[in-house]
Design a protein around this ligand. Structure first.
Ligand code: FAD
Length: 316
């Protein structure tokens, strides 16, 4: 890392250029703040071709949504964007020091305030073939993609205790539903009876492979060789946050390792804020993340203006 003093002290460094970070950055630069947006360009939804449910942008490609967001932000004075990865954030004499590195290229930035908007990472169940159909035939966000699976023969695959709940929700879109536990003991017998009463079957066998071809998934092959025809459906990933870059600051995390924030996005570390899926309850939707980003931006601007002894209730 370079030891030279950086020239600029940004008002705000936004870490993460998804909808939460982009929306925060746009609103802050419109508040005439000098804003550095740092993004490693690894969005959680990159597996999918179309994003749904974002007002006026229903069906847009995720990359196009981000491109438009960056373009709007960069149209304002005081806006800067760097494609790199923040490796650590530490406290320095002029503010937070952000050390970044991408493909062995290092850089450093200093900012009075920081927003962590770095989203979540997800791990799919270890089922051969599943990754190839993720984002096209199989999805994770029911609210986002349920409509596009309406009235189709679909599966809901998962190894977590919320599987029965997810199946119930999906029955709003399809009545030809198969619940697959992939051998995990995650559906209680009482819940299985309830699902059965609604015509939803539970299959507890281990899945050997998701079958299909260029046109998409066609079926599920179980470990006994039986194939059940399914054109796709939903899978429940495991979600995790990668917040190691904030470790030097010691911000409070909840039981899911997400940043604890107050109602306005303030973390337990003064001048460190968080927006989007780095905070509870975790996975949501693009427009929700963008909305939270805008709300946190308003809080930061008011906190930077300062003047009152206690601003905690000042945001309407
Ligand atoms: C397959 C799939 C399909 C989806 N489809 C839809 C849909 O149709 N409609 C919908 O509303 N929602 C959809 N979602 C959910 C949506 O993607 C998320 O709700 C949304 O992206 C969360 O926004 P975010 O800004 O919190 O995080 P993200 O969008 O994940 O953005 C976080 C950003 O931070 C960056 N980053 C991470 N760590 C660092 C670091 N250390 N330094 C710098 N940058 C970093 C990442 O590269 C990433 O660009 C989908 C999700 C998935 C997985």
């Amino acid at each position: 890392m370079t030891s030279e003093a950086p020239e600029t002290v940004y008002d705000v460094a936004v870490i993460g250029g998804g909808p939460a970070g982009l929306s925060a950055a746009l609103n802050l630069v419109r508040a005439r703040r000098r804003v550095l947006l740092i993004d490693s360009n690894r969005p959680r939804n990159s597996a999918t071709l179309l994003s749904h449910g974002f007002l006026t942008r229903d069906g847009i490609s995720p990359l196009e949504l981000r491109r438009l967001g960056r373009e709007e932000f960069l149209g304002y004075e005081g806006a800067e964007h760097r494609m790199t990865m923040v490796q650590s954030v530490t406290a320095g004499p002029d503010g937070f020091v952000l050390d970044c590195e991408l493909r062995k290229k290092t850089s450093r930035a200093v900012a009075r305030t920081v927003i962590a908007a770095t989203g979540l990472q997800e791990t799919l169940p270890d089922i051969p073939g599943l990754r190839a159909f993720y984002g096209t035939s199989y999805h994770s966000c029911i609210e986002c993609d349920g409509y596009d699976k309406r009235d189709q023969p679909i599966a809901v695959i998962g190894e977590h205790a919320d599987l029965a709940q997810r199946a119930l929700l999906l029955s709003q879109w399809s009545d030809d539903l198969l619940v697959c536990t992939n051998g995990a003991d995650v559906v209680r017998s009482l819940d299985e009876e309830m699902l059965d009463s609604r015509g939803i079957a539970v299959d507890r066998r281990v899945i050997a492979e998701i079958e299909g071809g260029r046109e998409g998934a066609t079926g599920i092959r179980f470990d006994d060789g039986t194939v059940v025809e399914r054109s796709g459906g939903f899978v429940r990933p495991s979600w995790s946050s990668e917040l190691g870059y904030l470790a030097p600051l010691g911000a409070d995390l909840d039981a899911d390792e997400l940043l604890v924030v107050d109602a306005h996005g303030r973390t337990s570390v003064p001048s460190l804020y968080a927006a989007g899926e780095t905070t509870g309850p975790g996975p949501q939707q693009l427009i929700v993340a963008a909305g939270i980003g805008a709300a946190v931006a308003a809080t930061i601007n008011r906190d930077l203006v300062g003047g009152l002894s206690d601003l905690s209730d000042a945001v309407e």
